[in-house]
Design a protein around this ligand. Structure first.
Ligand SMILES: [Zn+2]
Length: 414
């Protein structure tokens, strides 16, 4: 006998479960569906007409009338740089006049300007800056996100960022899962001494982060001029020994072999992958690594998009994330990311929706808990003001989300 339901979501026009066994087509769609939850987890899902006969509810159960709206799993954003101080509009203006990422960095701007501002900020300030960003994520349908450190680049400042992430997670309906990304850049005081900085990351930062339980994942910016494959391997393996799963920036601007390294170390995901080698894609597939593609970055920077079809055709799982960050992707709306995936990377609408739900949960190792709607998973779902779910990527640039339910509670309404 299961626990009686304390939440019923009824009168759903189209219920998209992302579980093919539960409904029609690859997304498991149930027309005129309903969902019941107990203690924050889904306990029943099916056609509304069967709910009364099949679901035992407690007397105080809340009934949410979806009013014929579409219901979807809460979106999962597997790659964000949520916490940072400062702002870089002026760089975007420079870029609009023709400056490249590398030129802006060479002029002392770029990521190091965010590092200066973030080092100068207190934990309280970082939390205060992060909270309204999380509010925006929530109202656009994101119920879980990953968030990285990586703008501190000292042991104290990286820990400070992760502490801010921990407080944001504790104080907000959106679940925020922390990634240690101390190897996001070589800080200016280590210029020309990357080896010594990698020593600091491996010998001091990672043990401190692990000791304090500040992160679940470890990330490295594996890129020409930043961290080589060998340096990245050293950091990711050190993280693995401390229980941190790898998910990292790989093969974004230059073909270095980061995708192959992701396969070698058994990463949860390799992210960006614009320049991944074909043979490394096959290795990722064999190793079960999820490809996390970040079309918002290409969109914002005006660069070519990742070859999504090449990944999909090998059978690789493809997640889509925002890469929300102040330098290369100042956007967090995953509805719009779906449209970019469809129009620019030739993904199907179904592939795009799976990219921001179930496959994104895989990219975070959380697929047993979130990313689709089925009994046993958390009741994280959103109601969209749309006659069909396809309206969401089709009618782009606006917010279709009308209501968000997180772990069985209504946490946002339009
Ligand atoms: Zn990133």
């Amino acid at each position: 006998m299961t626990e009686p339901a304390d939440l019923l979501v009824r009168n759903i026009g189209q219920l998209v479960t992302c579980e093919p066994a539960l409904g029609e087509g690859p997304l498991g769609v149930i027309e005129r569906g309903a969902v019941a939850a107990a203690g924050g987890r889904i306990c029943w899902i099916g056609p509304d007409a069967r709910l009364d006969g099949e679901v035992v509810r407690c007397a105080a159960a809340r009934v949410v009338d979806a009013g014929g709206r579409v219901a979807l799993p809460g979106f999962v954003d597997s790659h964000t740089h949520l916490v940072f101080a400062g702002s870089r509009e002026h760089e975007y203006a420079m870029r609009a006049r023709g400056a490249t990422y590398q030129e802006i960095a060479a002029a002392g701007g770029g990521i190091l300007s965010t590092v200066r501002a973030t080092r100068a900020a207190s934990v309280d300030e970082l939390v205060a800056l992060g909270r309204p960003r999380l509010d925006l994520m929530l109202r656009h349908g994101t119920t879980t996100c990953e968030a990285k450190s990586g703008y501190g680049l000292t042991t104290a400042d990286e820990s400070k960022m992760l502490e801010a992430i921990r407080r944001l997670d504790a104080g907000h309906p959106v679940t925020v899962v922390p990634t240690f990304c101390g190897a996001h850049e070589v800080p200016p005081e280590f210029k020309g001494r990357t080896d010594a900085y990698v020593d600091l990351v491996v010998e001091e930062m990672l043990p401190e982060v692990a000791r304090r339980g500040l992160a679940r994942y470890v990330d490295v910016f594996c890129e020409e001029g930043v961290f080589s494959v060998a340096e990245s391997r050293r950091i990711l393996e050190a993280g693995a020994r401390l229980g941190l799963r790898a998910k990292f920036h790989a093969d974004e601007f230059v073909t270095l072999g980061g995708a192959g390294l992701a396969a070698e170390v058994g990463a949860l995901s390799a992210d960006h992958l614009l320049k991944a080698r074909v043979e490394d894609i096959a290795r990722m597939k064999a190793a079960g690594v999820t490809a996390a593609l970040l079309p918002g970055t290409a969109f914002f920077l005006g660069l070519p998009y990742a070859p999504a079809r090449a990944f999909l055709e090998t059978g690789l799982r493809v997640a889509l994330a925002s890469d929300f960050n102040p330098g290369s992707s100042m956007g967090l709306n995953l509805q719009l990311v779906m449209t970019m995936a469809v129009s620019q990377m030739k993904m199907t609408m179904e592939e795009a929706l799976l990219g921001v739900t179930l496959n994104a949960a895989h990219a975070m190792g959380l697929e047993a808990e979130i990313g689709s709607l089925r009994p046993g998973k958390f009741c994280d779902l959103l109601l969209a003001d749309a006659p069909t779910w396809e309206r969401i990527p089709y009618f782009y640039g606006v917010n279709h989300v009308a209501r968000v339910i997180k772990r069985g509670s209504v946490v946002w309404e339009a």
